[in-house]
Design a protein around this ligand. Sequence first.
Ligand code: FES
Length: 92
Amino acid sequence: MTIKVNFKKSDKIVEVFSGRSLLSIARESNVFIPSPCGGNARCGGCRVKILEGNDLEDISAEEYLRLKDEEIEKGFRLACSYIVKEDIEVEV
Ligand code: FES
């Protein structure tokens, strides 16, 4: 199934297969998201705000570890851990 990822600030909308990490989609789309630990969910540096389509039911254990509760409530996710399954809009 293909989905749309809207990188709002980058003014880029891409259509990709679902089930991939947001970080890999961003890299492939030439949208820069910092990833100091190389996408291994160890640093928290890839946190991004999801503006629309955020599915909190599938938030990973790594995200609970690296993000504060307030950040999760505001829609932040770890791009390297967030497996995108539906259309989303991202702040970057
Ligand atoms: S790149 Fe380090 S937590 Fe995602």
